[in-house]
Design a binder for this molecule. Structure first.
Ligand SMILES: [Zn+2]
Length: 365
């Protein structure tokens, strides 16, 4: 995700924080100073919001570890002001698996709330006089926060966990496509009603309105992503790869690569050795920054990145697409596994074109 930076890596999953998160922190600190509590109020507020987001992170790791149990990796988690987003390599398509993965996040919050209430004495924080804005009472607030997270996440709207739970449950009775469409429609309906209600009654907070908008968009995207997956079903990487491309030799200078860049529309260049085997990939971005740093006579080999991910030509296109999404390179080399030679390049632009063509050729209803 753009505008985010890495905090660290936990069990193979990068934890990233979005820059807008700091706007939230500043806002919270400012609010903390407001009721005449000065710096102490700001520190209190910041401590609470940090603890709250640690709970958000643990919630995401609940999903991550459940997904890992089904062999699905999670390249990264990003903390945003509105919550955490775990980017799973793919979504489990078996309803039972999706149900477990979706429920394991909120379960973590249930566990945290239960642990706090056990330590503090049951029922203390659940008294009706409790006010969330009240200062102090850190653990009580944290427990209520975790319960609110459970309630909020179980709203049946994508991309909330409740939306996935609903799709999984529907998936037991109807096919995956129908289940997704129904769950997405319901999600958009809930977001629209909630948004309108907030606007018409004036009972709105900007954050909730933003979340309603975000849910509306995400529900639509979920349905689009699924229909895309269905369009490319049965296709292989070789059906979507660019076969008309230039490679550069190990002897090439940056000037040579720039010449090819300017003479055509290719942005990313595979470098091959004398035997035609792949050495690495040189992206346009890398090329331009190397050019300003080292000048045109610099050997291209020294700035070429070794590409960890190769796509076998016969790989399922949906898996290749997931690999492309997860990879750092904008283009991935497609290899003929018998000869070990590069036979094409896979870019999201080209896959997009393939989708447009397939949609245009779809039989009319
Ligand atoms: Zn969740």
């Amino acid at each position: 995700m753009k505008w985010s930076f890495k905090l660290g890596t936990v069990a193979g999953t990068e934890v990233r924080i979005h820059l807008t998160f700091f706007i939230l922190l500043a806002f919270v600190a400012l609010q903390g100073t407001s009721d005449n509590r000065g710096i102490a109020g700001a520190v209190d507020a910041l401590l609470f919001v940090s603890a709250a987001f640690v709970c958000v992170l643990l919630h995401e790791f609940g999903h991550v570890s459940a997904a890992r149990g089904y062999g699905i990796r999670t390249p990264d988690i990003t903390l945003l002001p509105i919550g955490g987003v775990a980017r799973l390599e793919r979504m489990p398509e078996k309803p039972a698996q999706e149900l477990v993965v979706a429920l394991c996040g909120p379960l973590v919050n249930v566990a945290i709330a239960a642990a706090i209430s056990t330590c503090l004495g049951l029922g203390m924080a659940l008294n009706p006089d409790f006010h969330f804005e009240q200062s102090g009472r850190f653990w009580e607030k944290l427990m209520v926060w975790n319960l609110l997270m459970v309630a909020f996440n179980l709203i049946p709207a994508f991309p909330m966990d409740g939306g996935r739970v609903l799709r999984a449950l529907l998936g037991f009775v109807v096919d995956y496509e129908k289940a997704t469409r129904w769950a997405a429609n319901l999600g958009q309906g809930i977001a629209t009603v909630a948004g309108l209600w907030m606007l018409l009654t004036g009972h709105f907070s900007p954050v909730l309105l933003l979340i309603a908008f975000f849910v509306f968009m995400a529900a639509g995207q979920e349905a689009t992503a699924l229909s895309q997956r269905q369009i490319i079903q049965g296709l292989q990487a070789r059906d979507a790869m660019i076969t008309d491309f230039h490679s550069v030799s190990e002897q090439a200078t940056l000037r040579d690569v720039v010449d090819i860049l300017l003479s055509g529309s290719q942005h990313d260049f595979p470098m091959v050795d004398a035997h035609g085997s792949l050495v690495g990939m040189l992206s346009r971005q890398r090329l331009i920054s190397a050019l300003s740093e080292h000048g045109p006579e610099h050997p291209a080999r020294l700035v070429t990145e070794s590409c960890e991910t190769h796509i076998p030509a016969m790989m399922d296109l949906s898996r290749a697409l997931a690999a492309l999404d997860a990879a750092a390179c904008p283009a991935l080399p497609v290899m003929d596994t018998t000869t070990g030679r590069i036979v094409g390049l896979l870019t999201s632009e080209n896959i997009g074109e393939l989708l447009m063509v397939r949609i245009a050729l779809r039989p009319r209803r």
